[in-house]
Design a protein around this ligand. Structure first.
Ligand SMILES: [Zn+2]
Length: 291
């Protein structure tokens, strides 16, 4: 008699958790107004089968991470892996707290991301950048993911693909692609209703970012989760094209304007409902270098 694993044809599912916090740009010259939009939210995505789960990215603060851990515990799933998409603190500083709660989970990332996480947890980055912005809210112990030996791993027999995307809003970004359900968990390669973080980018890297988006569009995903999404927004794959258009509009309006405030105002006119205008201000300031 052949015994068949009842789970073998069962599709994976996913849940998206979001946390909302103040933005990172605290430039005193940021134009006033839009107070109802001065926030940003992060997503953490749990992909799960009958028993096991993979979490993609963590939250930043102690409080948000503890709430995320509670939500994961409530699912009753066995957390096998925590995949980190890129080395920004708001996507992995909760890692150690989650590992304390789920000691069997294996934290993983691409080789480049694991290395960059090591640099991002250096005391000067944590103490000079993160702690002053979120006093008392950054976990004291920070963990670094292990290096994935291959760009693929499995969850209940289904393939998970770590895709390197090059420079998007930072260097060595990646997404996690789940072909069996057409899901892309996009990290900061894709945004949803939130101004892009352009503060580390140049015209050349923004072109690289657009190419990365084109490559993801070619996969024809059914669902795309943005690393920064307005909590009520759907994970419609159209956000890949919208993120690409945002980059194109920024480039076009950069060419048509001469100061930071002109570029900022032109983009706000196009995206009046996008959250986190401070992030746009920071990107415009770095691009123009003159207010
Ligand atoms: Zn981010």
């Amino acid at each position: 008699m052949i015994q068949q694993d009842s789970n073998i044809n069962e599709a994976l599912s996913y849940s998206v958790y979001t946390s909302t916090r103040p933005g990172l740009n605290r430039d005193p010259n940021t134009p006033p107004g839009l107070d109802n939009l001065k926030w940003v939210s992060n997503s953490a995505t749990l992909i799960y089968g009958r028993n096991d789960a993979v979490l993609v990215d963590t939250f930043l603060t102690i409080e948000h991470t503890n709430a995320l851990a509670d939500s994961i515990a409530d699912t009753g799933k066995n957390l096998k892996y925590i995949y980190i998409t890129h080395a920004h603190g708001d996507h992995f500083f909760g890692l150690q707290l989650l590992l304390d709660r789920f000691p069997n989970a294996i934290p993983i990332a691409t080789q480049a991301v694991a290395k960059n996480c090591g640099e991002h947890t250096q005391p000067e980055v944590v103490n000079d950048f993160w702690k002053p912005r979120f006093p008392g809210q950054i976990p004291e112990k920070l963990a670094i993911p292990e290096v994935l030996q291959s760009n693929e791993f499995e969850l209940e027999g289904k393939k998970m693909v770590a895709m390197e995307t090059g420079f998007t809003d930072t260097f060595d970004s990646s997404v996690l692609y789940v072909p069996s359900i057409g899901l892309i968990v996009g990290g900061d390669v894709v945004y949803n209703g939130i101004h892009l973080y352009l503060g580390e980018t140049t015209a050349a890297t923004r072109l690289e970012w657009k190419n990365a988006l084109d490559n993801l569009i070619k996969l024809q995903p059914k669902r795309v989760v943005a690393g920064h999404k307005q909590p009520s927004f759907s994970d419609d794959p159209v956000i890949l094209m919208e993120t690409k258009r945002y980059l194109e509009n920024f480039e076009r309006l950069n060419a048509e304007t001469s100061t930071t405030i002109e570029l900022y105002n032109a983009m706000i006119a196009l995206y009046p409902e996008h959250a986190n205008p401070g992030s746009l201000w920071g990107g415009a300031l770095i691009t123009k270098r003159t207010i």
